[in-house]
Every structure is written in C-alpha cells, then in structure tokens.
Design a protein around this ligand. Structure first.
Ligand code: ADP
Ligand code: MG
Length: 629
C-alpha cells in the first residue's frame, strides 16, 4: 500500500506558521515528542493493567538518539503505536486530539497521562525539513506503517516492516537547527524538560573511566528520575530526602530552611514541594526559581500569575495538570483555576509557617531574619496572607528579642501611649548610626524595634493602617522627651532677640553639607538632657524614603534633607552661650561664635552622634578635641 494525501487543516499551509510563530522556543519540540512517547507507553501500561493488552510489557524505556551522518534525531518508544487508521485520525487530522478521547474513556485510570499540548507532534517541524513516523500498533496482527512529510501539507503513508510494537519519530534536522544534533545540547534539553518523566528515558550509554579515557559501558544512560519525591507520600519521606531533592534541583545552593509538601486532589489536582531558601543577600533572591510541571513534564520556570507574587521568592516544584499550559500570561492571570490554585498555595504556606511557629518557636525565631522578607512581602501584597501572618509575624527589638504583634502591644502599652491615647511604636533603621537615639529612648524606659530590612519602611506604613490608634516613629525623629508626647511641653522662655542671637551663633558655624538644611529649634529639656540634638521629621523622612523606591515621587527626592538642630535651653552650656551673646549685634555674634570652641564642639558632637560629621569637618573636630585635652 502506498497512499498520498493532504493533512486535514483548514489553512492551506500551516507549516510556515508552526515554524515561525507557534512556539517562541524551538527547543520545546523535544519535550513534546518525548512526552508523546511517554504518553503512549503509559497508555499501554494502562491497557495492560486493565487486561486489554495481554502481551509482555518488556523493556519500555524511551530512547533518544542522534545520527550525525544522516542528520537525524530519533525518539523511539515501546508504547501503543498506531495503525494506518490511527495515523489518519490522530496525525493527519490535526485538530483531533486522542488524549481527550482516551481521558473520556478511562477517566479513572488515565490520570497519569501527560496532558495535551495542542499541536505537540507538529512542533517537530520547527526544527526539521522532514519528519517520519515508523509505527506499529500493540494490537495483534497489526501492519506497521511509515508516515513521511517534508513540511508541505502533503504526506505519504506506506506499509513497512517493523519487528516490535511502538513508534519511532525520526526528525531530519534542518540547516538552521543543526545544534539539535549535538549531544551536549540534547543532554541539556532532556535534563531541563524530561528530568522527572514517569517512564525511563535513555540517551546513549553510561560512560566510565578506563585507562585514562572515557569509554562507553553496556548500561543505558537514563536521564530521568521516574519517581520524584513530590509524587510520593510525605509519610514515607525523611528530611534528608527533601534536602537531597533540593540539591538536585539547585546544585551549589545552601540548605533550605523549611519546606512544604503540597498534595491536593480536590477541587483541582496539585502536588509539589516548596522550599524556603536561606536568604543572605539581595542577589540570592531571584537566583533559583520555582519550576512548574504538568504530570512530571517540565513546563516553565516563570510562574508569575500562577503562584502569588510574594511566593516567587520560594524555590521548588509545582505539578498540576489543571494549569492551562500553552496560553498567554494574561490568560493565566484571569483563569479561575489558576486563581484557586494560587489562593490554595498561599493558604498552605501560611498554615505551614503557623505550624512551625507554634511547634518550634525557637527555630522560627532563629530563622526569622531569612523568613522575614517573604512574610513581609506577603503581608504587603496579599490581604488574606496578612490576616494569617499577623499571628506569627515578629517584631524584633534592638536587643534582639522577638515579639508577636499582640505581645509587643502588651509590652509597650503602659509606657508608650501618648497624651491623646495613641500607641507609639518606636523604631530604628540602623542600630549603629542611631545608637545615641536608641540609647536615649531606652533610658526613658521605651522599647525600640529594629526595622532594618528592605521592606520595613513599607511595613511601618502598613501596620499604621492596620493597628488602631497607633503610630510608628523613628527614634531620631524627635528628642527622646518629645518622641511620645506625654504632657504639654515646657514653654521655652526666650525673647525674639535671644532666639535670633542663638540662631545666628549656631547657624553661622554649621558646616556646609550637600543637599542638607538645618532649622534651629529651641526646647526646654532639663539640665541633664543633651545640649544639642539633631532630629528629622518622621513624615518628611518617610516621603523621601518612599520616593527613593518609587518613580513619580521625585518631588520629595529633589528636596533638600531637612533636619532640626534642637537647642536645649536649660542645659548649662547653652545657657552660657546665651549669656555670652546677649545684647550683641549680628557681626559680633558671628565673631564670637567663630572663636568659641564650645559652640563648634557642641555642633560637632551633635553631628557626630547622628553620623553626619565627615571628611574635613571630622578632621577639624579631632584636632580641636586633642588641643582641648
Ligand atoms: P496530544 O499529545 O496533545 O494528543 P500531539 O500532537 O502531541 O497531541 O499528538 C497527537 C496524537 O498523536 C496523540 O494524541 C497520539 O494519539 C498520537 N501520537 C503522537 N505520538 C505518538 C506516539 N509516540 N505513540 C503513539 N501515538 C502517538
Ligand atoms: Mg503530545
């Protein structure tokens, strides 16, 4: 028999479309063909277990091989094969996909069938000038056939001799795609797409070192793990198994902190393992990605839209036949199934974190610094996650002690409520730079939260919205006495003339610092408090910080950094300066200030404790201080 015919598609010639536009990534043809082979083998196993196939399964390894001389890449399986009629139905009628029919018929047994990828088989034409199918059905007395097509809509079909059941797909690789005849390239692709397929896939033979060179052995080089741990029962797995799998996925990475084994049957199917990596720096954040599988076939590692955004920081594997695969991202984002899956994953992650928090708080606290970025990111971007995480999100203070929101509120309620009944949460963003301020606050009996993470400024904003009658105030935004306004501040008894004299004295001696302005402020803080302090208004500072992170708010970023230079009018040194300049004209005040070591020293000390004394000014200060000793 020899038959010629036209492939049943509506457009006259679908091949140019396949070649150019169908798949942006040519390499996925290999995924499609190997998964078809695995699919056909799984079907045969199903028939066998149902008694519809009575023969021996035998060696069912799928084999991939390259023939450089002929320029061919072949994928062979010992699956169900096809007869002429089936070729007509499944290959020639492109729109018809037998996976549907099979699933319908074997609904309850076929759940391991690789989901269908649309025009899977035809993706072979992306890289081939000609494709042949040599196939023999598993049914008794089947006639083997060869289908051949050179990339035009015409094909030929003829009877051939074939000893064993199954299918060989032979690709005559075209000139532009010669790289797919390289062993290294095929190896890489098999590792990428077929690493966890459920039927063994062999590519060549294992090699070993003999007499100083690598020689082939008899043993097949199986490239996949047919039984990856996410398909196994959590009860059968040990910590070591999870850690080892992590190492397989991401060689050279640090051990993960925790993991979650996902296993859902209803209302959608989803399995997988998600890992919380240790995060040591920003660079680590996007290094490894979650891999998405469909029945053990690798699909993609860009999971945006499927996994909630904050969880893209996690690592691991998600496997679901219910995620539509070859569709656009925007479609994914609006797909109801995908939404459900995404919500479910969020819930599972929250469950797991809560469980660890409850069962092993010590461990949870120890790992908090690495966990924090996930949790805060999640709370900031996902309302539902916030609701869950508020139970285990921690606030760490400058002594390194960790508290839940509830615990922290209890801790500070008594001392940190201002006269209007607002609870004031004090925080520092840098323990060293704000040391003096932290110290001043803790000496007053206040507690200070350490907010030095990337998302902490945003967190402060969020918590202010969530907590009732609460404000977050950075320790250096006012003098310790005024951070939490307890009673009306003591009036400053200065005449306008006195204020002018003081202001002139100090502003005339302030070193010039780029993009920085100072406003002189007068406060009666008592003899014991520092003579001068530098503070920065909380609102202004936050605006600047936000604008540094966002575009479109450059207005605040352009403005100079404004600080308050707070003079304590009750401090003996300030009093002395006031007495010295009393009644003097402007020029005389400036001349006095320039000569006064006290004035210069006081300014420098204030700058120093705020980390603002640098360069020449710092050098002058050191010299002056040495002289004074
Ligand atoms: P899908 O896999 O989604 O059905 P494909 O285009 O990949 O779409 O394959 C079309 C059909 O061709 C398959 O459903 C199957 O019936 C048949 N087929 C493809 N490859 C093989 C194979 N190796 N063995 C048996 N049948 C195959
Ligand atoms: Mg397919």
């Amino acid at each position: 028999m020899e038959q010629k015919g036209k492939i049943g598609v509506t457009t006259d010639n679908i091949f140019p479309i396949i070649k150019k536009f169908l798949y942006s990534d040519h390499e996925i043809f290999l995924r499609e063909l190997v998964s078809n082979a695995v699919d056909a083998t799984q079907k045969l196993k199903t028939y066998s277990s149902l008694g519809e196939f009575k023969g021996e399964l035998g060696d069912i390894t799928v084999r991939v091989s390259i023939d450089k001389e002929k320029g061919t890449l072949t994928i062979s399986d010992k699956g169900i094969g096809m007869n002429a009629e089936e070729i007509e139905k499944y290959i020639n009628q492109i729109a018809f996909s037998s996976a549907n029919e099979f699933l319908d018929k074997y609904k309850n047994d076929a759940n391991s069938i690789i989901g269908h990828f649309g025009l899977g088989f035809y993706s072979s034409f992306m890289v081939s000038q000609k494709v042949e199918i040599v196939t023999k059905s598993f049914r008794e007395d089947s006639q083997a056939v060869k289908w051949s097509c050179d990339g035009s809509p015409e094909y030929t079909l003829e009877n051939v001799e074939k000893a064993e059941r199954g299918t060989d797909i032979i690709l005559y690789i075209d000139d532009e795609n010669k790289n797919f005849l390289e062993e290294g390239e095929i190896s890489r692709l098999l590792k990428k797409y077929c690493h966890f397929l459920p039927i063994p896939v062999a590519f060549g033979k294992k090699t070993e070192w003999k007499d100083g060179k690598s020689v082939e052995t008899e043993e097949d080089n199986i490239i996949n793990d047919t039984n990856p741990i996410w398909t196994r029962k959590p009860a059968d797995l040990k910590d070591e198994d999870y850690k080892k799998f992590y190492q397989d996925l991401y060689p050279m990475s640090d051990e993960p902190m925790f993991w979650i084994h996902l296993n859902v049957d209803y209302p959608f199917k989803l399995t997988g393992i998600l890992y919380f990596p240790q995060i040591k720096s920003n660079v680590d954040l996007n290094k490894n990605k979650i891999q998405l599988y469909s029945n053990q076939v690798f699909v993609t590692d860009s999971v945006e839209g499927i996994v909630p955004e904050f969880l893209t920081l996690m690592h691991g594997v998600i496997d679901s036949p219910d995620i539509p695969l070859n569709v656009s991202r925007s479609y994914l984002q609006s797909d109801q199934n995908v939404k459900k899956i995404s919500n479910h994953i969020t819930k599972k992650v929250a469950d797991r974190l809560e469980e660890i928090f409850k069962n092993d708080r010590t461990q949870f606290e120890a790992k908090w610094d690495s966990l924090k970025v996930f949790i805060e990111y999640g709370m900031l971007t996902d309302e539902k996650f916030y609701d869950r995480a508020q139970k285990f999100c921690l606030l760490k203070n400058t002594d390194g002690k960790a508290f839940t929101f509830e615990e922290y509120k209890t801790l500070i309620s008594a001392d940190q409520t201002d006269k209007e009944g607002n609870l004031i949460y004090l925080y520092a963003s840098n323990k060293d730079e704000q040391y003096t301020y932290i110290n001043n606050a803790t000496e007053k009996g206040y507690d200070v939260i350490l907010f030095d993470g990337q998302l902490d400024v945003h967190m402060a904003g969020l918590l202010e919205q969530k907590f009732e009658k609460s404000r977050f105030v950075r320790v250096d935004s006012d003098t310790a006495d005024n951070l939490i306004a307890k009673e009306d501040a003591v009036e400053v008894n200065l005449t306008d003339k006195q204020k002018e004299e003081l202001s002139e004295t100090f502003t005339s001696q302030l070193p010039k610092i780029e993009k920085t302005e100072f406003t002189i402020d007068y406060k009666a803080l008592g003899e014991k408090a520092q003579p001068i302090q530098i503070t920065q208004n909380e609102f202004m500072r936050r605006m600047r910080e936000m604008s540094a992170m966002q575009t479109g708010m450059s207005f605040y970023g352009e403005m100079p950094n404004n600080y308050n230079l707070v003079l304590n009018t009750e401090h003996p040194l300030i009093k002395k300066v006031m007495a010295d300049v009393e009644g003097k004209e402007k020029d005389a005040v400036t001349a006095y200030a320039a000569e006064s070591k006290t004035v210069r020293q006081l300014i420098d000390l204030a700058l120093l404790s705020n980390g603002m004394l640098k360069g020449e000014a710092l050098n002058n200060f050191i010299k002056r201080s040495t002289d004074m000793i």
